[in-house]
Design a protein around this ligand. Structure first.
Ligand code: GLA
Length: 391
């Protein structure tokens, strides 16, 4: 009897510690860079290594970005043993060489494949090679693995991705697992035990309408996210040219309110000052990376005007006021109301506004709030982001 209790406790202990280790890999939403949004299939070792250099020289690494991820098109075939083969023209020294370079910069390295037999760009997929590929990636030093969902036919998403998770575990290297099945099978309901992040929608495109349309689909998903498992509304388009700087500020703020993975998708080697001031806004990034790990929720939806609230550690909070319309919005903002905004799954006591300072995270200034309200103008397609900071 005693022996069996000991055995069961041991099993629980092991399960617990491996679950803990799994969570540790993405205690806060992953931050990095991925080749797809800007470069598509045009990837090469010089591009990837150049981005690793730029990650350091631009200050991105200091701001918390750590993964450099090669998306589709690095792979070209499988050899006679079924081993995945990199495109020799683009990666003449192989993938491990690039991974080693990325590591030598103090960064982490990520790679892409697909759960089907072919990737979305028609390159060899992982189907039937999961364990073999996981071992290869572990040998190359992969730290982050994104798996797509093209050409999967009748495959079941949960079992396909669980199989790959087991393969990654078996390969023995800690690897962040990014599921990319576009929200087709409601991954938020099952992927928390399978991977660290899961796409919730189709692909982002560098336009205001598509970006805000993706954002709309995140409503109601907050309760599924937390340390080790994040909703992923897709990678960032900041700096890619299809939106105004004001819209990019909004895009970035909204992603941070959502505790979304922050995977930049622009040319890090040639960033304007405006792009840098967005991607490197540490006060906004701090909302995303807050250790409480709560995704923000929509507190008020008044059509063109929305209020989003995010709980932060240490009893602090962030509020994002979003003007989706084409005209400036002039508002009287009630900060006491924002501070005490609740979602139905929160059980918090009343917060006292007099115990907090209010900071504007784009102006980088504390507000002087006389009484509890303040007149505020919000430009079209723009946001105001406030943090309630304990005095
Ligand atoms: C899908 C994914 C994208 C990207 C491409 C690559 O569309 O959703 O993020 O990885 O495939 O082909």
């Amino acid at each position: 009897m005693k022996k069996s209790i000991l055995f069961i406790s041991l099993v629980f202990f092991c399960l617990n510690t491996s679950a803990q280790k799994f969570i540790q890999l993405a205690k806060t939403p992953p931050m990095g860079w991925n080749s797809w949004n800007k470069y598509g299939c045009n990837v090469s070792d010089t591009l990837i290594m150049g981005m690793a250099d730029a990650m350091l020289s631009s200050g991105m690494k200091d701001a918390g970005y750590e993964y450099i991820v090669i998306d589709d098109c690095w792979q070209i075939s499988r050899d006679e043993n079924g081993e995945i083969v990199a495109d020799k023209d683009r990666f003449p020294q192989g993938i491990k060489y690039v991974a080693d370079y990325v590591h030598s910069k103090g960064l982490k390295f990520g790679i892409y494949s697909c759960a089907g037999n072919k990737t979305c760009a028609g390159r060899p997929g992982a189907l039937g090679h999961e364990y073999q590929d996981a071992r290869t990636y572990a040998r190359w030093g992969v730290d982050y693995y994104k798996e797509d969902w093209c050409n999967t036919g009748t495959q079941d998403a949960k079992s396909s991705y669980s199989n790959m998770r087991d393969a990654l575990f078996a390969a023995g290297r800690p690897i962040v697992f990014s599921l990319c099945e576009w929200g087709s099978n409601k991954p938020w309901e099952w992927a928390g035990e399978v991977g660290h992040l899961w796409r919730t929608t189709g692909d982002i495109v560098d336009t205001w309408n598509i970006m805000i349309g993706i954002f709309d689909q995140e409503k109601g998903l907050a309760k599924y996210a937390g340390p080790g498992h994040w909703n992923d509304p897709d990678m960032l388009e900041v700096g890619n040219g299809g939106m105004t700087n004001e819209e990019y500020k909004t895009h970035f703020s909204l992603w941070c309110m959502l505790a979304a993975p922050l995977i930049a998708g622009n040319d890090l080697q040639n960033m304007t000052q405006e792009t840098k001031s967005i991607l490197l806004n540490k006060e906004i990034i701090a909302l995303d990376q807050d250790t409480l790990g709560k995704q923000g929720f929509c507190y008020r939806d008044n059509g063109d005007y929305e209020i989003w609230i995010k709980a932060l550690s240490n009893g602090e909070k962030a509020a994002c006021l979003l003007n989706r319309g084409d005209e400036t919005k002039s508002l009287l903002v009630d900060f006491d109301l924002l501070l005490n905004a609740k979602d139905d799954y929160w059980t918090s006591d009343k917060y006292k506004i007099e115990n907090y300072k209010v900071r504007d995270l784009w102006e980088h200034k504390y507000l002087t709030v006389k009484g509890m309200s303040k007149a505020v103008d919000i430009a079209p397609h723009s946001v105001k982001v406030y943090r309630f900071i304990k005095k």
